[in-house]
Design a protein around this ligand. Structure first.
Ligand code: CA
Length: 439
């Protein structure tokens, strides 16, 4: 704390009375004011000097309120001021033209593109080649990380490639500012405020300098893109220089990601997924959601796409996944696939991580051809599909335009109940027509 004070001219802005109260109220402060150090001094809620106007009235009102709540919840007033004093509206979140601004946030690529397009743009030859090079350059570091956390180097390279192109692009936003904008914009206010609180705790610990809190547009920081709360819990100093430097130190960033994945349940030695071949008369309703042992799936006739037999343990649990229904690539997914989703909850993201991790190891996939001739649904179409499935009594969950497990499962139950073959739950225009015809 005293280090922070000496480094910053911030206190020059604070009114005398507020400063004294702030220092006396701060449990980490080594400073004592002449008038506020007595044991019987009354404890008052410290007040901050006025913030300079941000140029956005909603932002100013939110900041005043949030700063007061943060202090009431025990955050250091000096850190609160330091975190929030320089925020300003970003077009990305608070543009006058709401339609344009919101498009970028709503239509995250993994939900808007067909999965084969997403895979093609994420799992590139360049990333595989450069990833394999980095793998070779950092052999010793990866040996140490694998020994300590049990997370495979190929997995970490893949995450690193997906998050920041192997550290080459870490974003150029101020994390506090982008989170403040997210809070003011409103739809993810609770998340944004929680992350801002975590940022303040990082600053209180003195782990990172205020000016070094550089992030991507959504507030994720460093080469492996940690949200502040994730940083607070899982960031490590792996190169031993005393700093948790996820921005400039690849060993710190990679070991922190390994620590996070391990805590999220990563299972050492298990594959993320195995591409399989299914018999033509397979019961597709077993797909997307039912975990069974590998030996059970094998007994149903699933065989690996490559090699003579499954190399994973027969007792391991896996889900049979049809990313594009019965006519596209098919996978058995193991526990680690879900662990990848700690980073990003979309299947497409986790799938790309898996394919990249295989790719840097020289494996090719998927072998099966994507059914690019299928007519896919827009988000609006998917909302219509979800709404109609719900009204027909097949619970598709929230009408959000995202065809996740709930929607695919509901569509599959509808198809099965109506003797539609294949009952694979894949939301095409054809499937939508069948649902609408049933109303
Ligand atoms: Ca370090």
């Amino acid at each position: 704390m005293s280090q922070l004070i000496s480094r910053r001219p911030l206190y020059g802005l604070l009114a005398g009375a507020a400063l004294m109260t702030a220092c006396a109220a701060s449990p980490q402060s080594g400073e004592r004011s002449a008038g506020g150090s007595g044991a019987s001094a009354p404890v008052t809620v410290p007040s901050l000097p006025p913030f300079e106007a941000s140029g956005n009235a909603s932002m100013d009102a939110w900041r005043e309120d949030f700063a007061n709540r943060a202090i009431a919840n025990g955050r250091d007033p000096v850190v609160v001021y330091e975190t929030l004093s320089s925020i300003s509206p970003l077009d990305l979140y608070l543009s006058e033209d709401v339609g344009v601004a919101n498009t970028g946030i709503e239509d995250q690529a993994e939900f808007a593109k067909p999965i084969w397009d997403y895979v093609e743009s994420a799992v590139t030859e360049g990333r595989k080649t450069r990833g394999a090079e980095r793998l070779a350059e950092l052999t010793t570091t990866f040996d140490q990380i694998e020994a300590e956390y049990g997370v495979s180097r190929e997995t970490l390279i893949a995450i690193w490639a997906m998050e920041t192109n192997l550290g080459s692009y870490i974003g150029n936003f101020d994390a506090a500012n982008t989170l403040a904008n997210m809070a003011v914009e409103g739809r993810r206010r609770t998340l944004a405020e929680n992350e801002l609180t975590a940022l303040m705790k990082i600053l209180e610990r003195g782990e990172v300098d205020r000016d070094d809190l550089v992030s991507g547009w959504a507030g994720a920081m460093g080469q492996t893109q940690f949200m502040p709360s994730t940083f607070l819990s899982y960031a490590v100093d792996f190169d031993g220089d005393g700093e948790k430097d996820l921005w400039n130190s690849a060993p710190d960033a990679l070991a922190s990601a390994a620590n996070y994945l391990k805590a999220s349940g990563y299972q050492k030695g298990l594959p993320w997924g195995i591409e399989v071949i299914a018999p033509a008369d397979f019961d597709w309703s077993l797909a997307d959601g039912e975990d069974r042992r590998l030996s059970t799936w094998a007994s149903y006739g699933l065989t690996p796409m490559t090699g003579s037999g499954f190399e994973a343990p027969q007792t391991a649990y896996a889900e049979f996944w049809l990313p594009t229904g019965a006519t596209g690539p098919k996978y058995l997914l193991f526990r680690n696939f879900d662990v990848y989703k700690a980073y990003n909850r979309s299947d497409s993201y986790a799938f790309a991580v898996g394919l990249l991790s295989d790719g840097v190891a020289g494996q090719i996939g998927p072998v099966a051809v994507w059914p690019t001739d299928l007519e896919l649904l827009t988000r609006r179409d998917i909302m219509v599909l979800q709404d109609n499935l719900n009204q027909l009594g097949f619970d598709a969950g929230a009408v959000d335009g995202i065809a996740g497990r709930g929607t695919k499962g509901a569509l599959r139950r509808f198809q099965k109940a109506n003797n539609i073959d294949p009952a694979d739950g894949y939301p095409t225009t054809n499937a939508l027509q069948q649902v609408l015809s049933a109303r």
